[in-house]
Design a protein. Structure first.
Length: 305
């Protein structure tokens, strides 16, 4: 089976290995090199680096519409295209270029969490499980038919980053099964229940702003889900570690309940309390709360600025 792969970040590397093991990997398509770091030096995406290291043809089209991507795929004559975190919506002509269409390795249990950041939102919303869906792509946003699903429970303390690291290998396993069944014309196909769909939109810096009207549990989930970016911040103070206290307060959301070396306790929505354990003031290194409180006169009822 001739396979083309479209993907960009490190999440895709186990899936690339699965493609190479499952058939003849004829092409890797990644997004163009982007400037990275303080000096804005161009850096190749992980999928491109992998392709070059393994002697696989690689392409990085700036644009995918008006027949550009379709022509590129047609040139390499894949039986199927595998898409994982490519970062662009494929036009109809590109979806139809491979003989068997395009399979997407999506990091959620569709139709739940359609969109660009399913792992992060799974943690941020406190879901008990996540997983991988192998989906037959269509022109919608993760609306295509489900071909194969594999579930994964979320661990205590799970972060968006740690979940992504698990979903890559799980996606590779699921894809290996799916490609083997597809080659035998035995891969199931089930339409999604669109009425049960939820969205996992691309993260923005504003998602990291702490809103104390939310409960402490929700804030803690969002902190972990949005690790490493956009994280959680209160003004210029970035939160690196926190915990939910099993107590209630009548303080207004955002007010300090207590400030002690063990933690900075803040009132949140519904009378809940969130304890900050490790923080990073703007333009400084991360530090335990005890170091942050040294020299600061913070008392119960104050609002953390």
């Amino acid at each position: 089976m001739r396979i083309a792969f479209l993907g960009t970040p490190a999440f895709t590397l186990p899936i690339l290995e699965a493609c190479r093991a499952a058939g003849e990997l004829v092409l890797v398509v990644a997004q163009p090199d982007r400037p990275v770091g303080r000096h804005a030096e161009l850096q190749a995406p992980p999928a491109k680096k992998w392709a070059l290291a393994n002697g696989i043809a690689v392409a990085q089209p700036e644009k995918v519409k008006q027949g550009r991507l379709a022509a590129l795929l047609a040139e390499h004559r894949p039986d199927v295209a595998v898409v994982a975190a490519y970062g662009r919506i494929l036009p109809k002509d590109a979806l139809e270029a491979p003989r068997l269409g395009c399979l997407n390795v999506h990091g959620s249990l569709l139709p739940e969490l359609r969109g660009a950041a399913p792992a992060q939102w799974a943690v941020a919303r406190g879901l008990a499980k996540s997983g991988v869906t192998i989906m037959q792509m269509d022109e919608g946003l993760d609306t295509g038919d489900i071909r194969l699903v594999r579930e994964l429970p979320l661990a205590p303390g799970e972060t968006g980053d740690s979940l992504l690291q698990k979903l890559g290998p799980l996606g590779a396993q699921a894809l290996t099964e799916a490609l083997a069944l597809l080659e035998k014309d035995a891969l199931p196909r089930l339409a999604q229940d669109h009425g049960k769909a939820t969205l996992a939109p691309l993260l923005s810096r504003e998602d990291g702003v702490v809103d104390f009207t939310r409960s402490a549990t929700e804030l803690d989930q969002r902190l972990r889900g949005f690790t490493p970016w956009p994280g959680a911040r209160i003004g210029g103070l970035k939160i690196h570690a926190a915990s939910v206290l099993d107590e209630r307060t009548d303080r207004a959301p955002g007010q300090i309940v207590r400030a002690a070396p063990a933690g900075l306790d803040l009132a949140c929505g519904y009378g809940t309390v969130w304890r900050l354990l490790e923080v990073q003031p703007e333009n400084k290194k991360r530090m335990p709360v005890a170091a942050y409180l040294a020299g600061r006169q913070l008392k119960p009822g104050d609002a953390l600025q």
